[in-house]
Design a binder for this molecule. Structure first.
Ligand code: PEP
Ligand code: MN
Length: 338
């Protein structure tokens, strides 16, 4: 943290700032220039906030000089982190595509979907049992019954399951059904109490980007999980809100290299919730892999016309299989496997 003082600053005002810094156990370095006096806080500056100083007499402004995220930052951990999900790794050379329907509907639908996901060559499956719907009058998900249906369908093909947790009170239920990866949805990215709860367990967590969150807010959300002890975090870009109405959200391709620079944790992309239309998904998926994503979360339904949720954006099994084929080509070009 550095604190820049006003031009007419007095010695008493400088002392007050220095004393405040010292009261937090840090040391202070005073640099007196011809125009300005600048005070640097030396030590773990994460204990300090600009607003602690900005209101003191004689202070012009203050700012952090190190990033507020620590455990998730690449500064603290140089090498890429591999997240292991029952032997399937995310964040390594191999790209992982997590396929499956938006929501768990019936045993028959999930059995078929699991078969198709496995046939297409995926090693992980998605499906929501608790759905964050915009309207309270639409299908809200099958709930706990959905977890059991999903588990049974996926187990036949030894596919680890990815499913969304919206309420910390359901965490024990998720653990009872041995959910392999907990998804935190876009609407929950800044539900800090939920983040703290998933921080206390050691299951991998997919942290979706809030639809209006900056990259720095997203990294801080991940830091909440990591600070609790759970470092098994996978970032998932799913599109952000903009003024554009021709598609559901803007898939922020730029965030992929930025995150890769800022964090050692894996980054995946959900092209389905970004585009919102099935026909856009292959192009967006290929762009994400080309830009360096470690994997994808893609909605696929045995019969999209009959999907109970997000029918417009679900690929049918053949489209999904074709997409997997074309992604292999991209992966090869950039020296990765699928
Ligand atoms: C989902 O993956 O089904 C979902 C609801 O995603 P998001 O939180 O990105 O809207
Ligand atoms: Mn969906």
């Amino acid at each position: 943290m550095i604190i820049i003082m006003n031009s007419g600053v007095t010695d008493e005002q400088v002392d007050a700032v220095v004393n405040k810094i010292r009261s937090f156990g840090l040391d202070a370095n005073i640099s007196r220039g011809t125009e300005r006096t600048v005070i640097g806080a030396i030590g773990d500056e994460r204990k300090l906030e600009p607003e602690m100083f900005d209101t003191l007499p004689g202070v012009e402004y203050s700012m952090h000089i190190v990033k507020q995220y620590k455990i998730v930052s690449r500064e603290s951990h140089k090498h890429d982190t591999l997240i292991d999900i029952r032997g399937v790794q995310i964040g390594g050379n191999q790209i992982q595509v997590i396929g499956g329907p938006c929501s768990v509907e019936t045993q028959q639908q999930m059995d078929l979907a699991a078969q198709q996901v496995a046939d297409a060559g995926c090693r992980l499956m998605r499906g929501g049992a608790f759905k964050p719907r915009t309207s309270p009058y639409t299908f809200q998900g099958k709930g706990e019954e959905g977890l059991a249906i999903f588990r049974q369908a996926a187990d036949k093909h030894n596919l680890p399951i990815v499913t969304e947790l919206m309420d910390a009170r359901m965490l024990d239920t998720f653990l009872k059904h041995d959910v392999d990866v907990i998804q935190i949805g876009t609407r929950s990215m800044q539900n800090f109490e939920l983040l703290k709860e998933v921080g206390r367990i050691n299951k991998p967590v997919i942290l979706k980007r809030g639809m209006s969150a900056t990259i720095s807010e997203w990294l801080m959300a991940a830091e909440y999980i990591a600070a609790g002890g759970n470092h098994n975090i996978i970032f998932c870009e799913r599109g952000i809100r903009s003024f554009e109405t021709a598609y559901r959200n803007v898939m922020d391709v730029t965030c992929i290299p930025v995150l890769k620079k800022e964090t050692h944790l894996p980054v995946i992309v959900d092209p389905s919730h970004a585009g919102g239309k099935a026909w856009m998904v292959p192009a967006l998926a290929r762009a994400a892999i080309a830009a360096g994503a470690d994997g994808l979360l893609v909605e696929m339904h045995p019969n999209p016309c009959e999907a109970w949720c997000d029918a417009d954006q679900a690929l049918n099994p053949q489209e999904f299989k074709d997409l997997m084929g074309s992604l292999k080509g991209i992966a090869q070009v950039i020296g990765r496997s699928m």
